[in-house]
Design a protein around this ligand. Structure first.
Ligand code: CUA
Length: 155
């Protein structure tokens, strides 16, 4: 098969770009430990309501940061509303008591899945005080569209 010289150049250029992009992706993921915020820690959804290590609520730390433990259950987030301080690292720990739910703080980078049996964890800083909508973005049943919570970021 005869391939034109210029066509060869373009084929090689595309191949080099592909290898470059995948390389950058793998390198940055490995060097910055980027991974999905789930499937790290397991939890028994059957005993969730009596688990002393996973009670829904906001725990303020002495340094001003906070840990927020949230359970998703058809068709609510617990606790609701969630109140956290602005400009402090907020660590969310999420799981589900029944089926898969989503946890998205609309208009921010906070977005993770609530998976029964697993704890999803991520840390975020909310710079803008105000009220945010928490939406479930995984179809979880007939009332999925009603699964909405509120996050209050206080100055
Ligand atoms: Cu919970 Cu959709």
């Amino acid at each position: 098969m005869h391939v034109e010289f210029y066509e060869k150049i373009w084929m090689w250029a595309a191949a080099v770009l592909l290898v470059l992009f995948v390389g950058i992706l793998v390198l940055s993921a490995a060097s910055q430990a980027i991974h999905p915020p789930s499937h790290v820690e397991t939890i028994d959804p059957q005993t969730l309501s009596t688990n002393p290590d996973f009670q829904p609520g906001v725990a303020l730390q002495p340094d001003g940061s906070a840990t927020v433990t949230v359970i998703g259950e058809m068709y609510d987030f617990r606790p609701d509303p969630i109140e956290v301080p602005a400009n402090r690292p907020i660590t969310f720990r999420l799981t589900s008591a029944d089926v898969m739910h989503g946890f998205e703080v609309v208009g921010t980078n906070a977005n993770a899945m609530m998976i029964p049996g697993y704890v999803s964890q991520f840390t975020i800083v909310f710079k803008k005080p105000g009220e945010y909508i928490i939406g479930c973005n995984e179809y979880c049943g007939i009332m999925h569209h009603n699964m909405v919570g509120k996050l209050i970021v206080k100055q």
